[in-house]
Design a protein around this ligand. Structure first.
Ligand SMILES: Nc1nc2c(ncn2[C@@H]2O[C@H](COP(=O)(O)OP(=O)(O)OP(=O)(O)O)[C@@H](O)[C@H]2O)c(=O)[nH]1
Ligand SMILES: [Mg+2]
Length: 192
């Protein structure tokens, strides 16, 4: 897949605010600060399209980006952000789970995991959730530029064992561009 255009479309804080219609959606999910928004910018080669920050909790809404005038990339708020209160955490959790469970136009969920800590409790819970609901998902191991050489094989093995139904596992660095063409090639299978 080649990305020829990318533009912000809409932000929503509730399911009722999501776009109508049946354009397919490729959704980026993962813990806060794992690099979802940076990955979206890297794929679309547009630096400021999705807002990024070194402080967790930057993305707080469901953000839609129109790609190639054909489908959407969806940038989700991260889960597991410690600094928000319990009530807000629960509300986000409800919004994310009901979005993933009920939104029929989702054609692929890309679950981002930090390659240095790939199987944290909240990530395993997300994988279980996706597998239980039989959602098509693939894994991107982010910040691969920071992973030590000696940990690479271990990280891969851990992922293969705990994400049995993942359609793919891609090593990614938004800084070097590693994994980008591989990931875009996977997307071809989900956008007709
Ligand atoms: N070294 C390295 N840092 C990265 C990479 N991708 C993202 N980062 C850094 O990770 C931090 C978080 O990036 P974001 O893209 O804002 O993370 P997010 O998952 O969207 O976070 P929330 O919006 O809080 O859920 C930023 O400081 C990025 O520069 C990468 O591939 N390599
Ligand atoms: Mg973000």
């Amino acid at each position: 897949m080649k990305i020829t255009s990318a533009a912000f479309h809409i932000s929503a804080s509730a399911l009722s605010g999501l776009p109508e219609g049946s354009s397919p959606e490729i959704v980026f999910a993962g813990r806060s600060n794992v690099g979802k928004s940076t990955l979206l910018n890297s794929l679309t080669e547009s630096k400021g399209l999705a807002k990024t920050s070194s402080t967790p909790g930057k993305t707080r809404l469901i953000n839609y980006f129109r790609i190639n005038n054909e489908f959407f990339f969806v940038d989700l708020p991260g889960y597991g952000y410690a600094a928000v209160g319990q009530a807000e955490k629960a509300a986000w959790g409800d919004l994310l789970s009901s979005y993933i469970e009920r939104r029929y136009s989702i054609s692929l969920i890309v679950l981002l995991l930090d390659s240095r800590h790939p199987a944290m409790h909240s990530d395993r819970a997300m994988i279980e959730f996706l597998e239980f609901h039989e959602k098509p998902y693939g894994i991107v191991l982010t910040k691969y530029d920071k992973l030590r050489q000696k940990d690479k094989v271990h990280t891969r093995r851990v992922m293969e064992s705990c994400a049995a139904k993942a359609k793919f596992i891609v090593n990614y660095s938004s800084f070097s561009g590693k994994g980008k063409s591989e990931l875009l090639a996977h997307f071809d299978h989900y956008i007709c």
